[in-house]
Design a protein. Structure first.
Length: 117
């Protein structure tokens, strides 16, 4: 399993970023995909999650209405569109996958998102 994130960077408060995660070496459509983030000194937290079939998406309350997760199984890619960003969204964002019938998470290397003026 390999996951590679991209799209992080520095953005001003109120701005937008779109993260992408490309998966390889596994059957993408059979895996639930998730985005997590970890801010300095804090535990890693779940941001959004998409079921393998793409039929349902979960959002943490802190990002609901501002972030949108989508997946394109034909491209083995998931996206996280982040709008109206706040300084407290600053964190390393990680892509994760888990086989739909399993309980082992695989992780990407992470991409830094910094929201500051």
């Amino acid at each position: 399993v390999q996951l590679v994130e991209s799209g992080g960077g520095l953005v001003q408060p109120g701005g937008s970023l779109r993260l992408a995660c490309v998966g390889s070496r596994f059957t993408f459509s059979n895996y639930d995909m998730s985005w997590y983030r970890q801010a300095p000194g804090k535990e890693r937290e779940l941001v959004a999650s998409s079921s393998s079939a793409g039929g349902s998406t979960y959002y943490a309350d802190l990002v609901k209405g501002r972030f949108n997760m989508s997946r394109d199984n034909s491209l083995n890619t998931v996206y996280l569109q982040m709008d109206r960003l706040k300084p407290e969204d600053t964190a390393v964002y990680y892509c994760s996958c888990r086989w739909r019938f399993g309980n082992l998470n695989y992780w990407g290397q992470g991409t830094q998102v910094t929201v500051a003026s």
